[in-house]
Ligand binder design. Structure first.
Ligand SMILES: [Fe+2]
Length: 322
């Protein structure tokens, strides 16, 4: 994919997809226990970092760090080339020099920069080794008029966590929506799928996909909305299917974890969602069946409304978007 230059002369860096995410936890033992019950698989432990993989091609998707504060450590996106990493290092706010992910599974080179207003970290990665693949269940379903399963066969599942496949998206509360929107849509190929505005017409929330031309991509991989204090809202992980998602839901319930919101069906992006609090009170989500979009998909702009978040499922919990 070719890079393009916007009207300010700054080149947009084409991101490929979300790769992984970092969180620091004061109580690392409780965090590790939760992550296994949520469906991550530990792949490497080194120093204060524990790396977790999913069933997708990424060598890891979540890094839990032990530290003095519960803290969001930023998400990482893949870039297309070392040139893009070098350009990022020279042009993005508070950007590091290129450094090697020496401890992480799959290695790779990284640049970390900071959000220009709220200063949360954001990572760009190139050159990871992808030698990771996990077989997924081949589950078929019978419908009233279409029977997909062979006769004399049963639908068997074993109780357990819902295996995470990949990091799908993450969301931030930002203190200056307009500046964040301008920054992420001019420096990268982030493109709005859904924009939500106030009655005054001011945009306050955006769900962004990556413009990869005609290639179909997830409806959103990054979203943000305006609020008084910057914080991570949640990060979200795709799991295999609805059975797996509900199996994981009941596994987490039985394991004594606190459900945040779900199971339900979103309107923007259409995912079936299930949000949970981890022991450090970060919100993490299992999702399945999200919409795919490409460069033929128009941006949908809608008025903020209490009923625009879901079609079915429990009522939106108090404080979900505060
Ligand atoms: Fe989500």
């Amino acid at each position: 994919m070719t890079t393009d230059t916007n009207t300010t002369g700054i080149r947009r860096i084409p991101l490929v997809r979300p790769a992984h995410i970092y969180y620091t936890h004061k109580n690392i033992d409780k965090a590790r226990e939760f992550l296994l019950n949520f469906g991550f698989k530990e792949t490497k432990r080194v120093g204060k970092s524990t790396y977790y993989e999913g069933t997708g091609p990424d060598p890891w998707v979540y890094c839990a760090r032990e530290g003095d504060e519960d803290e969001f450590g930023g998400a990482a996106f893949l870039v297309e080339s070392m040139d893009d990493l070098e350009y990022a290092s020279k042009t993005l706010p508070d950007a590091t020099k290129i450094y090697e992910l020496t401890d992480a599974p799959g290695g790779g080179s990284c640049v970390t920069f900071k959000d220009p207003v709220d200063k949360f970290p954001f990572h760009l990665v190139f050159g990871q080794a992808f030698d990771h693949a996990t077989a997924l269940p081949e589950r078929q379903y019978n419908y009233p008029m279409e029977k997909h399963r062979p006769g004399n066969a049963t639908q068997k599942m074993e109780k357990g966590p819902a295996p995470v496949h990949k990091l799908g998206h993450f969301g931030m509360c930002v203190t200056d929506f307009a500046r964040a929107f301008d920054f992420y849509t001019t420096r990268f190929n982030f493109t709005p799928s859904d924009l939500i505005h106030e009655p005054s017409g001011k945009d306050i929330t955006v769900f962004l996909h990556l413009d990869r031309g005609a290639e179909l991509v997830d409806h959103h991989c990054f979203f943000f909305y305006e609020g008084p204090k910057c914080h991570v809202h949640h990060s979200s992980y795709e799991t295999h299917d609805f059975d797996t998602q509900l199996m994981g839901h009941h596994w987490l319930r039985r394991s004594g974890y606190e459900n945040c919101w779900g199971v339900g069906r979103h309107i923007m992006g259409s995912q079936i969602f299930d949000y949970w609090f981890d022991p450090s009170r970060f919100i993490v989500e299992h999702y399945i069946d999200g919409d795919l979009v490409n460069n033929e998909t128009p941006t949908n702009r809608s008025l903020a409304a209490p009923d625009n978040l879901h079609v079915w499922g429990p009522e939106v919990p108090d404080g979900f978007l505060e």
